[in-house]
Design a protein around this ligand. Structure first.
Ligand code: URA
Length: 404
């Protein structure tokens, strides 16, 4: 916003501020803070006339800002990659994202890194306020009221003046990533105006049946797909297991003997170890709730004879099915078990010991998904001493899920 329009907005807001009640003022302060990137207290002083409107002649007072452009630049990249969370969430996630930032943009000075890690949620919000003004509103609105609705239903727009509980304000927010296409989750927030009691629920816009059905469609398409030579030697198609609503998608390499017999991924010894690793961080393939559920699949859907490593051609052939599955399942995070899925989804060529434990981003159909490569459970069965590394990765996964 130009300085001139900001001055106009503030002049006008000052007038309104003078004539509003407590709640109205509070709402106006929120609007002005978001619009101008001001801290609330500062906005209060400006609207109350205790501070001049910036650019209207008098010098700015107060202490010198402690944090500046260097912090904002890093924060902005992380904030965008993490899909623009609020300061509180970003503060919790920043430690997890910093290594990823350094991988993409180069190492940060020790001092700057320390400062970023110690930023308070309020300072993060203040530093990002100008970015929110230009980028924050993602210009997507899922509310489509018809004109009838707008004209016929009297909506109170002045401050609420209720003397008891029972009057609520409800709002929905679409968690749709970069686009409103397809299925996604909404959060519904209902606030009782009198008591300020707030309840929040996640709502799946088209219901869980749509996702399940679409994933079943992919499985059916795979069953009729004859181009992959592995199909001829395998006993069964081994597509996926777990809950398609899950926030976490686990991707392994290819089915082994037990998986080939049962037609489900990770059901042998390595699968049992995997289940124990997941349980240690509160996740399970049999969980019904999205928060603690996982969805498990592989890069390859038929067992390679004798468990040999799949060839490049075989992997390429199966990849479109995997990508479509990710697109439909819309996981919040992907965990790659072993190098093959990590390399395929991130175009990196390093070995798993180098890749593991570092969050990267997988771009699938225009959606950036945090991806964590970790050690394959079959490797951990052969090298039990490495379980401590896998444990660290599981904790990092837990931290990431808790922060989002
Ligand atoms: N190893 C994998 O990578 N996938 C399975 O499904 C089983 C073992």
């Amino acid at each position: 916003m130009s300085q001139k329009s900001r001055q106009e907005v503030l002049q006008e807001a000052r007038e309104r501020y003078r004539h509003r009640g407590r709640k109205g003022r509070s709402r106006l302060l929120d609007e002005v803070s978001a619009l101008c990137g001001y801290e609330r207290k500062y906005a209060m002083k400006v609207l109350g006339g205790k501070r001049p409107i910036a650019g209207s002649g008098r010098q700015r007072g107060g202490s010198k800002p402690v944090y500046g452009e260097a912090e904002r630049r890093v924060l902005k990249e992380i904030w965008l990659a993490a899909e623009q969370p609020c300061g509180k969430r970003l503060k919790a996630a920043i430690g997890v994202w910093l290594p990823h930032y350094e991988q993409e943009f180069g190492r940060l000075e020790e001092r700057l890194r320390g400062r970023l890690e110690s930023l308070s949620a309020a300072t993060i919000d203040r530093l990002l306020a100008p970015c929110r003004v230009t980028l924050g509103k993602r210009n997507r609105c899922g509310t489509r009221p018809g004109t009838l609705l707008r004209k016929e239903i009297p909506v109170r727009t002045e401050h609420w003046d209720v003397a008891g509980p029972g009057w609520v304000e409800a709002d929905t927010v679409a968690h749709c990533g970069e686009s409103m296409e397809g299925d996604f989750c909404w959060s519904l927030t209902v606030t009782d105006v009198h008591t300020q009691w707030t309840e929040t629920r996640a709502v799946w816009n088209k219901g869980q049946h749509a996702v399940r059905q679409r994933i079943a469609e992919i499985e059916a398409a795979l069953a009729g797909f004859d181009a992959c030579p592995l199909k001829k030697t395998a006993t069964s198609l081994c597509f996926a297991d777990g809950n398609p609503q899950a926030r976490v998608m686990l991707i392994g390499e290819a089915p082994g003997r037990d998986e080939d017999i049962q037609g489900k991924p990770f059901v042998g010894r390595s699968g049992q170890l995997l289940d124990r690793m997941l349980a240690a961080v509160g996740l399970s393939r049999t969980a019904q709730d999205r928060e603690s559920a996982v969805f498990i699949t592989n890069v390859i859907f038929w067992r390679p004879p004798g468990n040999r490593t799949p060839t490049d051609a075989e992997t390429q052939m199966c990849l479109p099915f995997l990508l479509r599955t990710i697109e439909l399942q819309k996981p919040d995070v992907i965990v790659c078990l072993g190098a093959t899925p990590a390399q395929r989804l991130t175009a990196r060529t390093d070995g798993i010991l180098k890749l593991r434990g570092k969050w990267v981003t997988a771009n699938v159909s225009g959606r950036n998904i945090p991806l964590l490569p970790t050690l394959h459970p079959a490797y951990l069965l052969r090298q039990p001493a490495q379980k401590r590394l896998a444990w660290r990765d599981m904790l990092s996964l837990r931290q990431m899920l808790d922060a989002h």
